[in-house]
Design a protein around this ligand. Structure first.
Ligand SMILES: NC(=O)c1ccc[n+]([C@@H]2O[C@H](COP(=O)([O-])OP(=O)(O)OC[C@H]3O[C@@H](n4cnc5c(N)ncnc54)[C@H](O)[C@@H]3O)[C@@H](O)[C@H]2O)c1
Length: 277
């Protein structure tokens, strides 16, 4: 159990959304490795399977527990405000508060050839705002009372370079404005919650080779060696690159930093015509 763990986050309680695979899973395992007790939230706790993502144990919860910390895993659609409230009631019964929240649930889940600013449909706008913005608002609003009970706390929202850049293809415009809205929401929260000792920052990944990206690479025309060759650091991102940034924002090294967005993209943000995540 966590009281026997000596990591820098031991005694902390971290909620990670979208934790069943990809970036969320990498983040959950990192925070567990540092000693935090973990709450996993995902609409499908077996989501790794559909992308052939290989787990080291039977479930992500078992992987977390292998670090000697405790884990609560709840299956919940985070776009559903009532379901999120129920999930946080359960969390509040089992834990004395929340120190760290990492919102990873999200993504470009509409067809990429329908995302242009000039033509995107109302339905796709609703879908993207719902999964990239609404989920995080629901989680933050329910987590904040439990975070205020702690001495200090940190919220980290996973955004995207698309929130800051527009790509010539125009395909990611709607995903981009959903992530820009997430960045803006996070800055407002940072100002509101600073007096309570709660910091709020976002991480903006470039293209990350998650199991989903690898599986969809060919059909979406992303993740090629040619694309990596355009990144100043000459490689695409890995889920652990995002876990590194989350570790920084979750821990004491960022204790005077709030309301920031950190790009984690190998420099592709600076270089025209590279990744489009
Ligand atoms: N992979 C990349 O290249 C990349 C780049 C930039 C930003 N991002 C962002 O990083 C985050 C994670 O991306 P990923 O590549 O790991 O995605 P992923 O699709 O592999 O994982 C997303 C997880 O969120 C869960 N989820 C989806 N909808 C949900 C809902 N309504 N409620 C609860 N859980 C839900 C899924 O089941 C899945 O486990 C997303 O916000 C994405 O926009 C990813």
């Amino acid at each position: 159990m966590s009281e026997h763990h000596s990591g820098i986050l031991s005694g902390k309680i971290a909620v990670v959304t979208g934790a069943a695979r990809g970036i969320g899973r990498a983040v959950a395992l990192r925070l567990a490795s540092l000693g935090a007790d973990i709450v996993l939230l995902d609409i499908n706790l077996s989501a790794a399977k559909s992308m052939d993502e290989v787990l080291s144990h039977d479930s992500v919860a078992a992987e977390v527990e292998a670090f000697g910390v405790s884990c609560l895993a709840l299956e919940v659609d985070l776009t559903d405000a009532r379901a999120v409230a129920r999930a946080f009631a359960t969390i509040g019964e089992q834990f004395p508060g929340i120190d760290i929240v990492v919102n990873c649930a999200g993504g470009l889940i509409t067809a990429t050839d329908r995302g242009s600013a000039a033509e995107v449909s109302s339905q796709d706008i609703d879908t993207l705002l719902s999964i990239n913005l609404r989920t995080t608002i629901n989680v933050c609003q329910n987590a904040i009372p439990l975070m205020k009970a702690r001495e200090s706390a940190s919220i980290i929202n996973i955004s995207s370079l698309s929130g800051q850049l527009s790509y010539a293809s125009g395909k990611n415009a709607a995903y981009g404005f959903s992530k820009a809205a997430l960045d803006s929401y996070s800055r407002s929260l940072a100002v509101e919650l600073g007096p309570d000792g709660i910091r709020v920052n976002t991480v903006a990944p470039g293209l990350i080779t998650t199991s989903r990206v690898v599986k969809q690479a060919a059909s979406r025309g992303i993740g090629s060696a040619a694309e990596a060759a355009h990144v100043p650091l000459r490689r695409l991102g890995r889920p652990d690159d995002i876990a590194d940034a989350v570790e920084f924002f979750a821990g004491p090294l960022s204790s005077f930093i709030t309301g920031e967005t950190l790009a984690v993209c190998g420099g592709s943000k600076l270089s025209v015509g590279t990744t489009r995540s």
